[in-house]
Design a protein. Sequence first.
Length: 276
Amino acid sequence: MKLNAKNLILDLLLASNDSPLSVRDAIAACRLFGLSDNSVRVALARASADGLIEAAGRGTYRLSASALQLAGEVATWRTAEQRIRPWQGGYIAVLTQHLGRTDRAALRKRERALAMLGFASLETGFYLRPDNIDENLNHIRQRLCRLGLEAQALVFYANQFSEQEQTRISQLWNGAALNQQYRQLQQQMADWLADAPSLEPDVAARESFLLGSKAIRQVVFDPLLPEPWVDVAERHRFVEAVHAFDQAGHLIWRKLIAVSLTPPLSHKESLQSEPK
């Protein structure tokens, strides 16, 4: 995802545990990433117009109800492994062929929802994932709809595929690439944490945010595949490393806010910072 003021502000609100974000703090955070004060004001105005954020008070914003719903689903990365159970060889299927593909906005939401729950396309409009997540079918259907899948989509169990179809299904996910990503990101986080004490606070905050966001996104969109697709033990070590890095990143940002690296905005600048 491209780093711009809007995405950064939404990420900060997602990480804030439903705490409001002031315009001043948004500007200060975006300055760390070389984003202009004006881009922050424009981003806040556009995010508000798009219904992603709402005013929480004078000069402060919070996620809207609809954005909070998506945020709640994103936050489930912290307990992702707890939902996994032994795979018995069956699949969960989603059929969307009857929904069409002309509505591009609906299509993007649909594909995002399916990707976030690990579904891959076997045929156009026919998606599968291993039935190894400890949730009943109705719960999975509800989660998909909260993430953006149309209610008219069909969600059902599927098994007894032919040998030829099983071969095709086995190739839907690149397990070797996932294992490599687990190892690489885990090593990157370990190396960064070893060097972190030598970094300036603003540099540490910026770099921890970027690397942490990359690692968390990997967990959010991880298909949680069973063996033999992936090395389950390697994935567990990676997820544990992400938890530790996330905690370290929160501590770095709390320290940065406490020392208030950026000079306070003048009263005039504070008033001007509120989007029209």
